[in-house]
Design a protein around this ligand. Structure first.
Ligand SMILES: Nc1ncnc2c1ncn2[C@@H]1O[C@H](COP(=O)(O)OP(=O)(O)OP(=O)(O)O)[C@@H](O)[C@H]1O
Length: 255
């Protein structure tokens, strides 16, 4: 029988590092996405990042992960250690390897690092995301939402101090989404998380702070916060109020 409680994570640092972005400039050829962008993502907290399509949210995430080169600027950790080799990154596309079963996709990072895979933890995660019955299935036999849950399990399996998630719950139905959001909040406690979402309610449920990226070149609005511990109940008055305020800010920024 698989354990039902989350095993203690050996990788949560005592003092989760801040992620510090200084004077960052990102470009694709002549297209300038951002210039002189500076922000500190607080250690051990989840920052929800919203903004119009095409503003550069995914590119920012990829730059932090080291997948897109910065034209100028610095991305560092407050503990002075490197960032890119301590990042768990979940892209918009699930990037599951089609020739590996779900379980082997979840433990892929360990295999790539030459570590012995923690199969108990992987099974635990698959159980928690509702995929215990398809651990041995190939990704192409799963629905879009199931594939996304497998990718979430793979990201949570990594237990890195920095977690970057690009619209991780977008393919999930409303009930599954709420359940997996709760699981993510539980397992991401103590991590420094940047979560891209287009859903103001999701941002207000999961974010210790919310930021809106807008404009060309893009700039970040001041942080918004909501009282209460995450994950916040979707129907809490403070969450609904913040959701409205966030939506108004998104509309104002788009005008
Ligand atoms: N590899 C690339 N080469 C050239 N241009 C790119 C590349 N990736 C993204 N872009 C462009 O950069 C801009 C920002 O894209 P990005 O995907 O970062 O935006 P986004 O805010 O994440 O959008 P969405 O919310 O739709 O996912 C867009 O104009 C996009 O076309």
């Amino acid at each position: 029988m698989r354990v039902l409680m989350t095993p203690p994570s050996p990788h949560v640092p005592d003092e989760p590092p801040d992620l510090i972005i200084e004077e960052l400039s990102l470009r694709y050829g002549a297209q300038v996405l951002c210039a002189d962008l500076s922000v500190t993502l607080p250690g051990g907290r989840t920052t929800a990042l919203l903004g119009p399509s095409g503003v550069g949210k995914s590119s920012l995430l990829k730059a932090i992960a080291g997948l897109v080169p910065a034209h100028a600027g610095r991305i560092t950790a407050s503990d002075g250690r490197p960032v890119t080799d301590r990042v768990a990154y979940m892209a918009q596309q699930d990037l599951l390897l089609p020739w590996l079963c779900v379980l082997d996709n979840v433990t892929l990072g360990a295999r790539l690092r030459g570590e012995v895979a923690d199969r108990d933890f992987a099974h635990h995660l698959l159980n928690r995301v509702g995929l215990a019955g398809v651990a041995k299935a190939l990704p192409q036999t799963l629905s879009g939402g199931m594939r996304q849950r497998a990718a979430i399990a793979r990201t949570l399996y990594e237990r890195q101090p920095f977690v970057l998630m690009d619209e991780p719950f977008s393919a999930l139905d409303a009930i599954t989404r709420a359940r997996i959001q709760d699981l993510a909040a539980e397992l991401l406690a103590g991590r420094t998380v940047l979560l891209i979402t287009h859903d103001p309610l999701e941002a207000c449920r999961l974010g210790h702070e919310m930021r809106v990226l807008s404009g060309l070149p893009a700039r970040l609005g001041s942080p918004m916060t909501v009282p209460g511990a995450v994950p916040r109940p979707a129907d809490a008055a403070a969450v609904l109020e913040a959701q409205g305020a966030l939506l108004r800010r998104l509309i104002a920024e788009a005008a």
